[in-house]
Structures are given as C-alpha cells and as structure tokens.
Design a protein around this ligand. Structure first.
Ligand code: ATP
Ligand code: MG
Length: 213
C-alpha cells in the first residue's frame, strides 16, 4: 500500500491533475466527505487528508510514503527523513514582509533597531532578518497575521502573499520579498528504498505532468 498525504483546499485541488496523470483517481472528495482516509481507483494507493503543516510529519515518520507540502511548511519543519525530488510548481505565492504604510520599514531596518515581527513562520523570519543583521522580537501567530500591525502587536508581519488582496483589504503594504513559494513532492527516505518499484513510476508520471504543465 502506498499512502499519499495531502491537505484540503488548494493543494488537494492542484494535485488532482497530477494524480490523474499517474492513473490515481480519488473515490471521494475530501471537501464533502469527513473521511481522513480516502480510497482511490487503485487498490494499492490511498490518500490521507491532514493539515498542511502536518504533512511533513507524517512523511518523516513513514506514516505516509509521499506527500505534497509548501516550501514554507517544509522550511519550518526542517525536512528531516524525506527527499524532495520534485517541485510541483503548484500553490505558488511569495513569502513577504508587510507593514502599515505609516511604518518606515527601510529606516527601521537601517537603524538596527529591534523590529517586532508577527508570523506563523518563525524559522523563515529568524533566518531572513539574521542574514540582514536586523534584531527581531518574533511573535508567533497561527493565522490572520494582517491584524497584528493594525493593533500594534507588531511592526511588521512575515506572511504568504498571492494576489495581495488580503493585505490591501487591511490597509497593509508589502515592504520586502523573502522568497518564492510553491509546493513540492516529499518522499519518505525508507519508503523510496523499500517500495521503489511502486513509487518510482509515480514520481516519473508526476515529473512528466509537471513538465507538460
Ligand atoms: P488554513 O488556511 O486552513 O489555516 P493552511 O494555511 O495551512 O491552512 P492552505 O491555506 O491551504 O493551508 O495553504 C497550504 C499551502 O498552500 C501553504 O503551505 C502554501 O505553500 C500555499 N499557499 C498558502 N496561501 C497561498 C495563496 N494565497 N496562494 C497560493 N498558495 C498559497
Ligand atoms: Mg491558509
């Protein structure tokens, strides 16, 4: 049995065509079903539906053989125990620093003053500002980061931005670009050795589907 870990929403939706290219069709729609394990047309392949941030954990411990996770999530996790053989080029967005337009970010960064940064992405934020020599107080949040500068919880946020509509709706502006984000296929290292005959053809199908993209 091959177990593939996916999260609901955009990753599931954007992974569907890649699964189909590998001849894998889910039997149910996770948006409608409450099931956490979803069978497919292939008796030897099943999907597990978990939170995006939990995907690397299931793959690391081999509870899932394969998974799809954002670069943002993989950086925070660390990627131990898994290979990242393929950038699937889906769920694309940017990791950015954003602030209220009244906050002089360039000045704050230059002066080397302490910057208060609210984010879900502690490791990414810590490494980004450390590389710039900026001292930061990191404030961990789990969502709705845009609120933090508005109520003066933080000077800036580090968050994912795609259209920029959420920033705009909350009167924030992007002030720095940290990195491009997309989702990658991750494979448990032991699974690839022990189940290569089953897994390698899937990797090849995903790779050609991405290339044909
Ligand atoms: P939730 O939004 O339910 O709290 P989540 O943020 O963990 O959960 P998603 O919003 O589905 O889950 O994000 C999953 C992955 O998709 C992220 O890890 C990231 O790589 C990518 N992603 C997040 N937001 C966007 C976006 N606005 N546009 C494109 N890709 C995104
Ligand atoms: Mg989200």
């Amino acid at each position: 049995m091959i177990t593939i870990a996916l999260s609901k929403g955009r990753i599931f939706q954007e992974t569907l065509p890649l699964l189909e290219a590998a001849g894998i069709i889910p039997r149910e729609d996770p948006e409608k079903s409450r099931k956490l394990i979803i069978a497919t047309n292939r008796p030897d392949v099943r999907l597990i539906i978990i939170r995006a941030t939990d995907v690397p954990t299931y793959v690391q411990y081999g509870a899932a053989d394969l998974g799809v996770a954002g670069r943002d999530v993989l950086i925070e996790h660390g990627g131990e125990g898994m290979y990242q053989p393929l950038d699937l080029n889906i769920a694309r967005c940017k990791m950015m620093v954003a602030a209220h337009p009244a906050f002089d970010y360039q000045q704050a960064v230059r002066q080397g003053a302490r910057l208060r940064v609210a984010t879900k992405y502690l490791k990414t934020a810590r490494e980004y500002f450390a590389a710039k020599g900026v001292h930061v107080d990191l404030i961990k949040l789990y969502g709705s980061m845009e609120l933090a500068p508005l109520v003066k919880l933080a000077d800036v946020i580090v968050d994912l931005v795609s259209s920029g509509n959420t920033l705009k709706a909350n009167g924030l502006v992007a002030v720095a670009d940290i990195m491009d984000i997309s989702s990658r296929l991750v494979v448990n290292q032991a699974s690839l050795k022990l189940k290569r005959a089953e897994i390698q053809p899937m990797l090849d199908s995903f790779a050609s589907a991405v290339a044909a993209g």
